[in-house]
Write a protein of this length. Sequence first.
Length: 235
Amino acid sequence: MELFDRVIGYAGHPVRTALEIGAGTGKATRLFAQRGVAVTATEPDGAMLAELRKHVPAAGVTTVRAAFEDLRPGERERYGLVYAAAALHWTNPEGRWPRAAALLEPGGVFASFGGPVELADPAVAGAVRTVRAPFLESDDVPSPDGTPPGYDMQWPGTELRRSEWFTDVQQSVIERRLTMSAREYVGHLSTVSAYLVLPASDQERVFDRILRVLPGTVEIAADITVHLARRRSEP
C-alpha cells in the first residue's frame, strides 16, 4: 500500500518495530503487521481492543490496553516507528512530543496519518447536513492548535516543527476514492469525535436519520494526509 511505502521510504531503511497510538479496531495495525513489522498496538478502549484481536495476525502483534499517556517508556521499550492513525487528536497535548520521542530510537520515525471521510456527491452531502443540523452544525474535527485549513502545513506538522525533539517534518497527501454501503458509512461516523460526544440517545437518532437519506451505496472522498518526522539524536 502507498501509505506503508511512504513511511518506509521516509525512514530510509526497513522498520522492524513499531508502537501504535490508539489502534482502535486495527486497520492500520494490519497494514504494518502484514508487512513484517512487529507492532505493539495500544488502545484504551477494551471493546475496540477485543475487536482488533479478532482481525490482526497473532504473530507479530502485541496488544496493550493503555492510553498514550499511560505508557511508561524505558530504554528497552524504544521503537523504530511510533504512529497514530486518525487518533492523535485524542492525546493530551501536555508532554505529547517528549513522550513520543522517549518511545523512539534516536533517528526513529514518528508518523501521523488520517483525514476526513467525505461524501463525494454534493446532493447527498447536503441531505446529510440537513438531517444532522438539529444535532450538529458540523462534524469536522477542528485543528487542535487552531491552524486554518488553507495553511501549507497542517497539525500535527505545525507542532512537530515547533518541537525540540523532532526534525525533517514532512507533509503529503495520498488521494483515495472509495465506495461504501450506507451502513458502512454510518459505522464510520460512529467513530468520529463530533458524534461520540453526543448523548447516546442523540447518536441513535442522528444515525437513523442519516441512514434514511443515504442511497444504498455512497461514493467517498477519503484522502490521507501524512505527517512524518524524525527523532533528533539529542533535543
